[in-house]
Design a protein around this ligand. Structure first.
Ligand SMILES: Cc1cc2nc3c(=O)[nH]c(=O)nc-3n(C[C@H](O)[C@H](O)[C@H](O)COP(=O)(O)OP(=O)(O)OC[C@H]3O[C@@H](n4cnc5c(N)ncnc54)[C@H](O)[C@@H]3O)c2cc1C
Length: 523
């Protein structure tokens, strides 16, 4: 970070945009059978449509396509849970052809935006390296994760995508190709950036003045802080300000990893154990004690009730008693393995955990995969129920879920708020997520269209409580085109805040060409 400080001292709020390369745009495919497989993302919102799709292989191709089309939606793996990667009549710009992984040193890698994280990790693993800020879905593309500032289970230890991006190349709405190095361009004292063009044109971009909640992960519209780095404006902007074509990411030595599955007899016990494990990790990071916990995942009793028996049989883990909850802890074994496991046992005992944990030691790939599969079975089971309701009850029934984060010490109050609100509205629900970050996903399980609407009202009510706890209702999935999530953004920053975001958009994309309607409504 020393170099960053030096760069910060030399940083300016101006950056020059080179003229776009004058190239012919690659072909646009309009075949309906091909388009059909790109009209929806993981939010499964119906009614997507597109004028065509193109598969560029280089920044210059992206530039030519952007210059030639009135409306463009960049897409990665379309694993968005917000409808942000579902087209509404744009040209789809599929980034999968933007490939390439080049290791630059033991600490940085240069990657194309269309590289899936699983492929990046595979390549890094051959050099015993690792890219830490991975979302639960590792098929997501590098460009998609930068655009949503994705974060996963291990944010408590490693932070979100933002902290790992050193450089990006983006194609702007006018086709200009801009490379931004962290530490080189920061906002002026009066809160703006200036993009200068060879023609003498100057684009002034105002930095919004709203105050972002102080939480470990946030994907709630544009990043804004006094003196902020320009790169941070594009990270998390969900394709609305520029199309990421390439990035330089920081990497670390590949950790030795163990997983531990623990049954707790109540939420209170789970929270006490998570707090104890977080304290142990803080000690380890100060070189004191053996236990290094990178992530703690939580699965509540309602979620467990929806898991089929064979999920437990495959994991070789007995189905817990009805009121019990499960924690899945990910340990980075950075100290002696035996001492680590012994200390874990002592912490479990000190929290009164009665049942034996199931441990997958480093190197036991099959056992680790079985435990992770149990965790992944939860969203799969709930999504299956929703898909069945959509098919059998009403075609407009959709996933209705929160992505809330609160400071860790407010988690107990937050869990009570989630449960009481759903129960007061008479809704079936399931809660799971990244407990060590204070980031949980309360999901409504709607059995009718009316329950889905009541679920949305409940989530809005919960969001207000979360904001009052100094948390955020948009932690990692972004805002996208979800009506509910756009409403939550409004709750967080107010109309004034949204208008400040619109001012950024107007400066960089005056004709609302890129991802229109994502984050906030298009004019
Ligand atoms: C099972 C499952 C688990 C998930 N778990 C997590 C999790 O733990 N944490 C988390 O953060 N997310 C999670 N997600 C959500 C999703 O994986 C992330 O939002 C991911 O970052 C999206 O990447 P993608 O490549 O699929 O992007 P897409 O879904 O294709 O696009 C997402 C948004 O980014 C824009 N975009 C895509 N590529 C670019 C680009 N190159 N340049 C500019 N804009 C672009 C799109 O226009 C869209 O607005 C999960 C999703 C699923 C299905």
């Amino acid at each position: 970070m020393g170099n960053n400080r030096l760069a910060g001292a030399l940083s300016t709020h101006r950056i020059s945009v080179p003229p776009p390369p004058a190239l012919d745009a690659p072909p646009v495919d309009t075949r309906p059978d091909l388009l059909a497989s790109f009209l929806s993302d993981a939010a499964h919102v119906a009614g997507g449509f597109a004028v065509g799709i193109a598969f560029p292989h280089a920044a210059a191709d992206v530039s030519a396509l952007v210059a030639s089309a009135p409306r463009v939606l960049p897409i990665g793996a379309q694993s968005s849970l917000t409808g942000g990667a579902t087209p509404r009549g744009e040209l789809l710009l599929a980034t999968r052809g933007l490939t390439g992984v080049t290791l630059q040193s033991r600490t940085t890698v240069r990657v194309g935006a269309g590289v899936p994280l699983v492929e990046l990790q595979r390549e890094l693993a051959t050099h015993r390296l690792y890219y830490p800020p991975v979302p639960t879905f590792d098929g997501a593309f590098v460009g998609g994760t930068i655009s949503t500032n994705a974060a996963g289970a291990a944010t408590f230890k490693y932070g979100s995508t933002r902290q790992w991006v050193e450089r990006i190349t983006v194609v702007l709405a006018d086709g200009g190709i801009l490379t931004i190095h962290r530490g080189e361009t920061s906002a002026s004292a009066d809160g703006r950036f200036e993009l200068t063009y060879p023609s003498g044109r100057v684009v002034r971009v105002p930095v919004p003045t709203y105050r972002m909640p102080d939480v470990p992960k946030l994907s709630a519209g544009y990043y804004a802080r006094p003196g902020m780095d320009l790169i941070d404006l594009f990270i998390g902007s969900e394709g609305t300000l520029g199309i990421v074509v390439e990035a330089t990411l920081r990497v670390i030595p590949l950790p030795r990893r163990a997983f531990v599955l623990v049954t707790c007899d109540s939420d209170q016990q789970a929270l006490a154990l998570a707090a104890a494990l977080r304290r142990e990790s803080a000690l380890r990071w100060h070189d004191d004690g053996p236990l290094d916990v990178a992530a703690i995942e939580y699965i509540d009793d309602q979620s467990l009730a929806h898991l089929p028996d064979d999920a437990f049989i495959r994991a070789s883990f007995p189905r817990p008693a009805p009121a019990a909850v499960i924690l899945l802890a990910q340990l980075d074994v950075t100290y002696d393995e035996t001492a680590t496991i012994e200390r874990l046992g002592a912490v479990l005992a000190s929290c009164g955990v009665q049942t034996d944990p199931l441990v997958a030691l480093p190197g036991d790939v099959d056992a680790s995969a079985r435990l992770v599969e149990l965790r992944e079975g939860v969203p799969a089971a709930i999504n299956g129920l929703i898909a069945a309701a959509t098919a059998r009850v009403h075609p407009h029934i959709e996933k209705t879920a929160g992505d809330f984060i609160v400071p860790f010490d407010r988690l107990g109050a937050a869990l009570t708020l989630y449960r009481r609100t759903f129960e007061r509205h008479g809704l079936d629900y399931a809660i799971w997520g990244h407990l060590s970050d204070g980031n949980l996903h309360p999901n409504v399980v709607p059995r009718s269209l009316d329950e889905m609407h009541r679920g949305r009202a409940a989530l809005l009510e919960i969001a207000r409580g979360v904001i009052a706890m100094r948390g955020a209702p948009l932690a990692e999935h972004g805002v996208g085109r979800s009506v509910l999530k756009q409403q939550l953004l409004l709750e967080l920053y107010g109309e004034g805040g949204i208008e400040e975001m619109r001012a950024v958009k107007r400066a960089l994309d005056p004709s609302w060409k890129l991802a229109p309607g994502v984050i906030f409504a298009a004019p």
